[in-house]
Design a protein around this ligand. Structure first.
Ligand SMILES: Nc1ncnc2c1ncn2[C@@H]1O[C@H](COP(=O)(O)OP(=O)(O)OP(=O)(O)O)[C@@H](O)[C@H]1O
Length: 370
């Protein structure tokens, strides 16, 4: 997938602008608070319908306006598309694809795979399992599109089951729901487990280059580890009914990262944990390139902020080896560390951001600088 151009109106501090991107490497640079991450955030919204920084959409609308609008021209599944998203302060959203209204977020997600690595993600190991599950599910979906429908059906059944739990008198009232929920949950679980197995070799090879002396491994834990789900739901009925909530579901699955026999989050340094997160995101990108139906756009926010110089260079070397049809967006304060990457690419666009205003910079003046 390539994003060819993006018009941005009333989004965060950005002045209205229309940007034309390189199908390969795009670098967005400028001082702190200039608006660099806001550009990445708007690109992310094209593929997710939401931000990676906040779940409150009204924060994205410029303080002086009631809605923001994004309009993108992109190439996906081999053809050109025009995608428009307008989001209002009151949470209303209007989406249009090729002039037709688009009602389902899932259509947006399947059209435009966008992967991001931002400072926010460096807490992935230490925070709760939902961030890891979201990351896992994004990957599963882009390798296996039929996953989403099954996942949504499963969520719906869990909600209905939880509702029924609050009024039920015996397990028998739930049996009919569970006869649908159990096979569906097992299927969702299988998708996730298969994906994890596909991801492991990519992750192992990247993490070995980042942390050659540390034993790090990736494991998938289903939400009912070591049990038969059907039996477990029957046994847990008293507890589930008491809380009005199903305790063992696909919502309990997790991607566990171990260092030897210990959880990586309890044992590795913060810097090492950041490298594990970076390796996970890059492994997902590599796997999607190999198995997915199209290459995800890769967004890398604030490259200089979180990694030491040696590992920053490793990350840049990884990006320098990407296939020519991989589109990448990077934000940074200083261009200097990116000079070798810029020189490596034939098709680079540089965008300088200052107080929300974006200027395209002539790459010739920035290329071949030692
Ligand atoms: N809804 C909004 N309306 C107007 N301005 C906003 C809004 N939300 C955030 N801002 C401001 O936009 C500015 C740009 O933020 P952004 O995070 O994009 O900057 P950045 O260039 O990535 O900075 P840094 O290098 O410090 O990460 C900030 O000063 C922020 O306060």
């Amino acid at each position: 997938m390539h994003i060819q151009s993006l018009s941005i109106e009333n989004f965060r501090n950005l002045q209205p602008t229309r940007l034309h991107f390189s199908p390969q490497l795009n670098i967005i640079y400028g001082n702190n608070a200039a608006g660099k991450t806001s550009i990445l955030e708007s690109l992310y919204i094209l593929g997710h319908g939401r931000s990676f920084r906040t779940s409150r959409h009204n924060k994205l609308v410029n303080h002086d306006h009631d809605s923001f609008t994004l309009f993108a021209e992109l190439t996906a599944h081999g053809s050109g598309h025009k995608l428009g998203i307008q989001r209002f302060r009151n949470n209303d959203v209007h989406m249009r694809l090729n002039q037709e209204p688009l009602s389902k977020l899932s259509d947006l997600v399947s059209l435009a795979p966008v992967q991001v690595l931002a400072p926010e993600h460096y807490e992935l190991l230490t925070k709760g399992s939902s961030g890891r599950r979201k990351m896992l599910d994004w990957g599963v979906f882009h390798v296996e599109h039929s996953f989403l429908k099954r996942w949504q059906d499963c969520q719906r059944l869990i909600l209905q089951r939880n509702k029924l739990l609050k009024t039920s008198k015996s397990y028998r009232e739930l049996a009919v729901w569970d006869s649908q929920l159990v096979p569906l949950s097992i299927k969702v679980n299988q998708y996730r487990e298969d994906y994890c197995q596909l991801l492991q070799p990519f992750f192992n090879s990247i993490i070995k280059s980042f942390l050659p002396d540390v034993d790090v491994s990736l494991h998938f834990y289903q939400g009912w580890q070591g049990h038969d789900l059907e039996q477990l739901l029957i046994e847990q009925y008293p507890k589930d009914a008491k809380h009005g909530y199903t305790h063992s579901t696909i919502q309990k699955a997790d991607l566990k990262i171990m260092s030897g026999k210990r959880l990586a989050a309890d044992y590795l340094s913060r810097g090492q944990q950041k490298l594990v997160t970076t390796a996970l995101k890059l492994a997902q990108l590599s796997l999607a390139q190999e198995r997915g139906q199209q290459y995800p756009v890769f967004l890398l926010d604030d490259i200089g902020a979180e990694l030491d110089q040696e590992h920053q260079q490793m990350l840049l070397d990884f990006l320098a080896q990407q296939p020519s049809s991989q589109q990448i967006f990077i934000t940074c304060v200083h261009l200097d560390p990116l000079k070798s990457l810029i020189n490596r690419y034939n098709n680079v666009r540089l965008f300088h951001v200052e107080h929300g205003a974006v200027t395209v910079i002539d790459t010739a003046s920035e290329k071949n600088v030692q």
